[in-house]
Design a protein around this ligand. Structure first.
Ligand code: CTP
Ligand code: K
Ligand code: MG
Length: 181
């Protein structure tokens, strides 16, 4: 595969993982997952991880995966490059995994004394990627092996932090997010 084709393939494959956290920002609120509970004097997760945000984020990513699967043949014909499709388990794995990775990061932030909204460089940009890939691997192993070859994984790990910084910066400037990370 040409490099440009690998980049297009990788970004398309990750779209169901990129959307959930942004949807959660728009939809979040309500009851926090940890119900306000603390551990070691600090919140388990914090008010930034809610049931509603997690549910709507997961649904948004899963629906996007189903939509992308519908349009993949025509878009790949138009672009002249192959694009992956998503079995339901793959889309659900990517979307839920992205939310789970972000929740895991909040858990680590609270354990290391960081308040809600505090930055944790590196973790902030890759938590949802690790969660999404691991969950997709568990939910749809053969699809994962065909979709995420080594060159594709390299593109994902390099390009995602860049995209994350840019989209969160835009969300901050638009007033949708309290911090630019
Ligand atoms: N959000 C949510 N549920 C989630 C993830 C995010 O409701 N599972 C919403 C919350 O309103 C949250 C906002 O999206 O405040 C921004 O998400 P994020 O930056 O991940 O959370 P923070 O508020 O920064 O909290 P933390 O420090 O725990 O990451
Ligand atoms: K986060
Ligand atoms: Mg934040």
């Amino acid at each position: 595969m040409e490099t440009v084709d690998t980049v297009v393939w990788a970004l398309w494959a990750m779209l169901p993982a990129y959307i959930p956290n942004n949807a959660a920002v728009l939809a979040g609120g309500g009851r926090p997952i940890d119900g306000g509970r603390t551990w070691g004097g600090r919140r388990v997760l914090g008010d930034g991880k809610t049931w509603r945000g997690t549910l709507i984020g997961t649904a948004a990513g899963t629906l996007l995966a189903l939509g992308l699967t519908q349009v993949a043949p025509s878009v790949s014909a138009a672009l002249g490059t192959d694009l992956p499709t998503f079995p339901l388990r793959a889309g659900l794995g990517l979307a839920f995994g992205a939310m789970l990775g972000d929740i895991g990061a909040s858990f680590l932030k609270r354990r290391t004394g960081r308040e809600r909204g505090a930055a944790f460089p590196g973790l902030d940009q890759l938590d949802f990627v690790v969660g999404a890939l691991l969950c997709a691997l568990v939910a749809a192993p053969s699809w994962f092996a065909e979709t995420f070859t080594l060159p594709v994984l390299v593109v994902v790990v390099v390009a995602t932090p860049v995209l994350h910084v840019v989209t969160n910066g835009i969300a901050y400037l638009l007033g949708l997010k309290n911090e630019p990370w």
